[in-house]
Design a protein around this ligand. Structure first.
Ligand code: SF4
Ligand code: SF4
Length: 108
């Protein structure tokens, strides 16, 4: 179980959730932020601060955003960053890359 960032974050990316997260498990990509599913402690603090309602608990994620569970998870795998489990964000774990589904999103 983990919280998941979904498409309203794309190109908004204000970073408010990263300030709220007590374990620094929210990482910056090119067009959105991503939550590490193995490092998230399910506290829900990020959910309450997101101005665009982009964050969902994975067990309650709306059906039309369910693909973002894999988007957040795969961001850390070989398909995108290959970071594995960094154990918390620091400046070495920031990138301008995105999951392919996010990179392909039409710009508003
Ligand atoms: S639910 Fe808590 S631990 Fe998980 S990403 Fe949000 S603030 Fe961080
Ligand atoms: S608070 Fe919401 S919009 Fe801002 S970076 Fe986090 S998920 Fe994206």
């Amino acid at each position: 179980m983990a919280y998941v960032i979904t498409d309203p974050c794309i190109d908004v990316k204000d970073g408010d959730c990263t300030v709220a997260c007590p374990v620094d498990c929210i990482y910056e990509g090119g067009r959105m932020f991503y939550i590490h599913p193995g490092e998230c402690i399910n506290c829900g603090l990020c959910l309450s601060v997101c101005p665009v309602d982009a964050i969902s608990w994975d067990e309650e994620i709306p059906q039309d955003r369910v693909q973002f569970k894999a988007v957040n998870q795969d961001f850390f795998g070989p398909e995108v960053t290959n970071w594995g489990s960094p154990g918390g964000w620091d400046k070495n774990y920031t990138t301008n890359r995105d999951h392919p589904l996010v990179a392909a999103y039409e710009r508003a």
